[in-house]
Design a protein around this ligand. Structure first.
Ligand SMILES: NC(=O)c1ccc[n+]([C@@H]2O[C@H](COP(=O)([O-])OP(=O)(O)OC[C@H]3O[C@@H](n4cnc5c(N)ncnc54)[C@H](O)[C@@H]3O)[C@@H](O)[C@H]2O)c1
Length: 222
């Protein structure tokens, strides 16, 4: 049994993660931390092998540092924080691992991989990301990661990345490539937060055994 505590447990993603952990035979829900539940992260760390964090851009980094300092592995789904600061924190000598993914949905990861392949042949592109209207960061972590990967593959992502925020949306992204006399559009839609759960549970099961202290991107586990 892997004991899992959820940070941000009262939030939209946190509640979905709690349900997914409770539904998995090899995982035990060891704690729910959230100021909305009056439970601090410190209060659940002693019970956990892994913490899953879906909180806010301004708290995720401190939460991850607290987990690492306590020797508890952390799976970080929160977006909008500075990854370089996390890299520095992970270099501290004690032993826990950190896994970060801006998007845990397999379809979004496949969109990023396909975008890299397309960019080699049709480098000019634009990204449109669309999310629910209570999302705090813009552009999304997924869009920034997609742009980085396309640029690594030789593509030219036009600025700015377009961010749409509307009620009714969950998490959606389109990459439009333009070439001579043609365009090619890729689109991924997370229509329900359950889309992220297989990826989150995979990371929970694998994080302790990862070779590096910090691993970024679900594609690294596939
Ligand atoms: N990686 C992915 O696949 C993925 C998918 C969806 C959302 N996200 C990201 O997950 C994050 C959470 O999204 P959401 O829609 O669930 O937000 P939300 O606002 O519904 O939930 C955030 C929760 O965090 C809690 N919180 C705030 N400070 C805290 C702290 N110090 N310790 C513990 N909990 C704290 C809040 O009370 C709230 O309940 C966002 O950054 C979002 O972009 C990532």
């Amino acid at each position: 049994m892997i004991r899992v505590a959820v940070s941000g447990a009262a939030g939209r993603m946190g509640q979905t993660v709690c349900d997914a952990v409770e539904g998995a035979e090899d995982l035990e829900l060891a704690g729910r931390a959230d100021p909305a539940l009056d439970v601090a992260l410190d209060g659940v760390l002693g019970e956990a092998d892994v913490v899953v964090d879906f909180t806010t851009p301004d708290t995720a980094l401190e939460n991850a540092k607290a987990c690492l300092a306590a020797g508890v592995h952390v799976v970080l789904g929160t977006t909008g924080f500075d990854l370089d600061e996390l890299r520095e924190a992970v270099e501290a000598p004690d032993g826990a691992n950190c896994f970060v993914a801006p998007n845990f949905a397999i379809g979004a990861v496949l969109l990023m991989e396909a975008s890299q392949r397309i960019a080699k042949h049709m480098p000019e592109c634009e990204i449109v990301e669309l999310h629910h209207d209570r999302k705090l960061d813009a552009p999304s972590g997924t869009a920034k990661r997609t742009a980085d990967l396309i640029r690594e593959a030789g593509g030219n992502v036009h600025e700015p990345i377009h961010s749409v925020r509307l009620p009714g949306l969950v998490a959606h992204q389109e990459v439009v490539f333009g070439g001579e006399g043609q365009t090619l559009s890729l689109r991924h839609d997370s229509i329900d937060r359950s889309s992220f759960m297989p990826g989150v549970l995979l990371a929970v099961r694998r994080v302790a055994d990862l070779p590096d202290r910090l691993t970024v991107g679900l594609e690294r586990l596939l």
